[in-house]
Design a protein around this ligand. Sequence first.
Ligand code: AMP
Length: 288
Amino acid sequence: MELKESKQEVRESVARARAAGKTIGFVPTMGALHDGHKSLIAASAADCRYTVVSIFVNPTQFGPGEDFERYPRGLGRDLRAAEDAGADLVFAPSVEEIYPLGFTTFLEVGELGEVLCGASRPGHFRGVATVVAKLLNIVRPDGLYLGRKDAQQAIILTRMIRDLDFDVEVRVLPTVREPDGLAMSSRNRYLSARQRTSASLLSAALSSAGELFEGKERDVKRLLAAARNVLGQEKELVVEYLEARDAESLAEVSRVECKTLLALAARIGETRLIDNVLLDPETGSFDE
Ligand code: AMP
């Protein structure tokens, strides 16, 4: 596996792989790799003959007072994890490589970026869309691999790719969880042992709504009440949002009649965690 820090070197390596007839898969990450990231890398490696993983803590998607400085970083460990999962190249650029002096152009993502996480993190998805557009232009992959853990991000990036005619196929893969249901996240390591126990209530709350849905409940108020009931068991857990939205347009829904995202953000102490499940009225079941 190769490690590259410059855009030029990435372009050269990818061009060599392409000249050898290989298809290119791409997994953008912020590092601190866990089994969720590794599932995306493995999916890319299974579909494509050359997998590129980027590791870049993108400053433009962090707001003032957020955790950009203290976001976990550890390139040595990440390189081993990426290689282990099947990556062929890791692109780990500096901030200056991605945002050289004079950088001024950003992508606007519109209303999709103003709800759910966008409501409390203004500019977050503008930063995400801008960096992923840049990375797609650098890597030029055939396939882009994203996690449903960050469902709103996947929806926004899928729309960006369609709206701006990026020539890449998107695959969105299921959330990888800890044994007690907690969605794997680089931010889980901020949690104390006690907070870590409370954190499992996020997925428990969504599952209880999901099970009610599987029992044929379609009324969103009742589904959300079931989830809220579970979340209410822990006082230290402060819910930022708990909402049901159309899984493509992110429009609010009052009954589950199309694929619907049940999405949740909560704070435990200083740590903000997100999770979601997807309710599918066609199958009558939910995906964690
Ligand atoms: P991040 O490093 O947090 O920016 O995440 C990089 C990619 O990994 C994104 O597409 C995430 O949605 C995905 N991802 C993060 N956590 C998980 C998880 N627990 N399961 C599946 N994918 C994940």
